[in-house]
Unconditional design. Structure first.
Length: 203
């Protein structure tokens, strides 16, 4: 594992996630991005997609790919949603036609930026510890229900009805949309995906 956007496969290939820029080692979020990538791909079959719209390798010889697993369709997209990666302008200028550019940009725009807590300063202990008041009981609050997000993620299997993937960060599903329609455009798939996302979140 190299960093949050580069890793070495068992095939010997070093791959770079397309359109993804993670913090450099030592910067805020670098360790978290790498940890997420490790936990996602370690001991799991890795699905590699090398789209024809993008050059095969970058200037460092790394294979430019989308990475997925049987559980997570697009690791780069999930890094964006968690605020652990951004879509660098320089990559977009060079690979302006990479298929997930718009999806990545939207995910990065909506994501809450990851921040690191400052390291607390160390002070010598006081000679006499102050008295501590009795704490008030804190009422418990139920954990928030994870929200579903549905986005356009074509399977390229010739069936336009399953080109939307929905995930709530724990589970994912690929609904079969517009079954009555013999030909589904990308715009129709995105619209039906948004409607399906609303149904999932409304219960």
């Amino acid at each position: 594992m190299r960093n949050g956007s580069t890793l070495d496969l068992s095939t010997g290939d070093r791959v770079r996630l397309i359109g993804v820029s993670t913090p450099k080692d030592g910067d805020c979020g670098a360790a978290e991005a790498k940890k997420y990538l490790v936990s996602t791909v370690m001991n799991a079959p890795v699905l590699v997609e090398n789209p024809t719209e993008v050059e095969d390798r970058d200037d460092h010889g790394r294979l430019l790919v989308y990475i997925g697993t049987p559980v997570i369709n697009d690791v780069g997209y999930q890094l964006m949603r968690r605020g652990l990666a951004t879509p660098p302008d320089s990559w977009f200028d060079r690979y302006a036609s990479h298929p997930s550019r718009a999806v990545y940009a939207e995910a990065s725009k909506e994501a809450k930026k990851f921040t690191c807590r400052p390291t607390p300063e160390r002070y010598p202990p006081p000679s006499k510890p102050p008295s501590t008041p009795e704490p008030y009981p804190v009422p418990s609050t139920p954990a928030p229900t994870p929200r579903w997000v549905c986005y356009y993620a074509p399977t390229y299997d010739g069936d336009w009805h399953n080109d939307v993937l929905c995930s709530n960060g724990v589970n994912s599903e690929r609904p079969y949309l517009r079954a009555w329609d013999s030909f589904v455009t990308e715009a129709e798939a995105r619209q039906s995906g948004r409607e399906y996302e609303r149904q999932l979140n409304e219960g």
